[in-house]
Design a protein around this ligand. Structure first.
Ligand code: NAP
Length: 505
């Protein structure tokens, strides 16, 4: 799973005079993972988690971004949108739903999703309790490199000392630095949208990355009118060809795009639930004005390091983004202080990455193990209505790293069987595999745009981690009829110039 190095930790038994063997700042994916695992090895562990309200006052329980305002509510809403799409196709399969399709009831969806999240919050408390991790619903800041001041909601502070400290406080959405776009003004973020107490109405999603596109997709799928406004390209850092297909698939679902366009001011035209907002924006074509009910800002996230008084402990942050640089052992510049998850500089902002980093760190610190977190070849999925998943290099990265003559690209479009009866032609489904010719066509990139992309890509990520070659895919029998089997039957190369179309039976 990871990379093995020389001995790192010396176990919970290391002699010290501090109250805790380990104190963790942050009760999200990374924090809970490291705390729980450390406790298994007999470490005395404390953990602090405290949510500062969003601009609209949203707060949540234990579990961090993923559970409360990220992956979990997003996937529930994404699934709700897919259920809606399935309803529109049901009559093609003999279901008598030809009459008017029902509307999605936003309040019911929010209630169901928030109910599930509350159960997860409770579950995490139980997990910590069972692991004998001492949990404090208090805000933590540094007094020195071994002392944490924790402050409760009544303003009462306590100093707690620890031999080792892990910072896993994650990040929070950035707001727009324009009139009307500040934290306490007229926009909402991913901190708010999943629990919005009113139907969002016509939505403008500002930003061109995961959060903006995923939210735009499920909102459109639920029946709202949605526009995406991105100041430059979509999905920076991801495969350009795939980003283009994602845009065209979203457009096919009625989502409008304003690219190379950025808001300059937002004013409230009328109060209400939802309110009416006027957005003024600037693009190469000039000034644009639009009216929306909800402006969802998804322009990236800032590490939640501002109020940690890290300077008291001597921990260095990257001044450009507030994130904490760490070495391959997830250690900061201060020997006994570590940082994992979204707060760590130059690490993928993904839940499974934080969880795995936390587990491995605890094992190194308290069980004498040596395995380091491998931050490469991490699979990821963009949950747009038609999902996209990938692992390894984008085409541009592969060409830049190895040169055009060293890369062979196998690809094809395909039509899922489940698209045939409803004659679903609006989406492009596409698979692309990048191989390194000089290494017997070892796979260096896998890209899949189609139904259930996350489920499809997970297994291929294992194969690629094990060094799979194109010949391994060819030698593997497909599972018929599936979309994933397309990866085992790829014959058309980009260099051949042949049309990349897979004919299904
Ligand atoms: P992001 O990936 O950091 O992208 C920020 C986007 O906002 C970019 O399109 C950027 O444009 C734009 N932007 C930045 N400042 C702006 C401004 N002042 N005005 C207008 N646009 C601006 O942000 P994100 O979508 O919030 O995602 C954060 C992280 O969460 C991601 O890196 C991802 O790892 C993680 N995430 C993962 C998933 C998943 O696994 N499915 C889902 C959601 C989030 P430029 O390209 O021009 O800079």
């Amino acid at each position: 799973m990871g990379i093995t190095v020389g001995k790192c930790g010396s176990g919970a038994a290391e002699k010290h005079n501090y109250e805790y063997d380990l104190f963790v700042l942050g009760g999200g994916s990374g924090g809970i993972s490291v705390a729980r695992e450390a406790s298994k090895f007999g470490a005395k562990v404390g953990l602090c988690d405290y949510v500062i309200p969003s601009g609209t006052g949203t707060v949540w329980g234990l579990g961090g971004t993923c559970v409360n305002v990220g992956c979990i509510p997003k996937k529930i809403m994404h699934h709700a949108a897919l259920v809606g799409e399935t309803l529109t196709e049901a009559n093609f399969y003999g279901w008598d739903v030809n009459s008017n399709l029902p509307e999605n009831k936003w309040a019911d969806l929010v209630a169901g999703s928030q109910g599930h999240i509350k159960s997860l919050n409770w579950g995490y408390k139980l997990v910590l309790h069972e692991a004998a991790v001492k949990y404090f619903n208090e805000f933590a800041s540094f007094v020195d490199s071994h002392t944490i001041k924790t402050t409760n909601s009544k303003g009462v502070s306590t100093n707690r000392t620890a031999n080792r400290i892990v910072i896993a406080v994650g990040g929070r959405p950035r707001y727009l630095d324009i009139p009307g776009g500040m934290k306490d003004e007229f926009t909402v973020t991913s901190d708010d949208i999943f629990s919005l107490s009113y139907n969002p109405g016509d939505v403008l999603c500002v930003g061109g990355s995961y959060v903006a596109l995923e939210c735009a997709s499920f909102l459109a799928g639920l029946g709202y009118t949605v526009t995406v406004m991105a100041r430059s390209i979509l999905l920076r850092g991801m495969d350009r060809q795939m980003a283009g297909y994602i845009q065209s698939n979203m457009e096919a679902k009625g989502i409008k795009f304003k690219l190379n366009c950025a808001p300059t001011s937002i004013t409230k035209l009328s109060d209400g639930t939802p309110p009416t907002l006027q957005v003024t924006a600037k693009s190469a074509d000039g000034v644009f004005n639009g009216e929306y009910n909800t402006v969802l800002v998804a322009i990236g996230r800032d590490a939640a390091t501002k109020d940690l008084t890290l300077e008291n402990a001597g921990v260095i942050v990257n001044p450009e983004n507030g994130r904490i640089p760490t070495n391959s052992r997830d250690q900061t510049n201060v020997k006994n202080i570590y940082a994992i998850g979204d707060v760590a500089d130059n690490r993928p902002e993904l839940t499974p990455v934080a969880i795995k980093a936390g587990l491995l760190l605890a094992r190194r610190l308290f069980d004498g193990r040596r395995v380091l977190m491998d931050y490469t070849r991490i699979p990821t999925t963009v949950y747009t209505q038609l999902e996209y998943s990938c692992v390894g290099l984008s085409e541009d990265e592969a060409l830049e790293k190895y040169g055009k003559s060293s890369i062979e690209i196998y690809h094809t479009t395909f039509t899922p069987l489940e698209f045939q009866l409803p004659m679903k032609t609006e989406y492009v489904c596409y698979i692309k595999i990048l191989t390194l010719k000089s290494d017997k066509e070892r796979i260096v990139g896998f890209h899949y745009l189609g139904p259930n992309a996350g489920e499809v890509c997970q297994g291929f990520a294992v194969a690629i981690r094990l060094g799979a070659r194109k010949s391994d895919l060819d030698a593997t029998c497909g599972i018929h009829p599936t979309n994933a089997e397309t990866a085992t039957t790829l014959t058309i190369t980009k260099s051949s110039g042949q049309q990349a179309v897979h004919t299904a039976c």
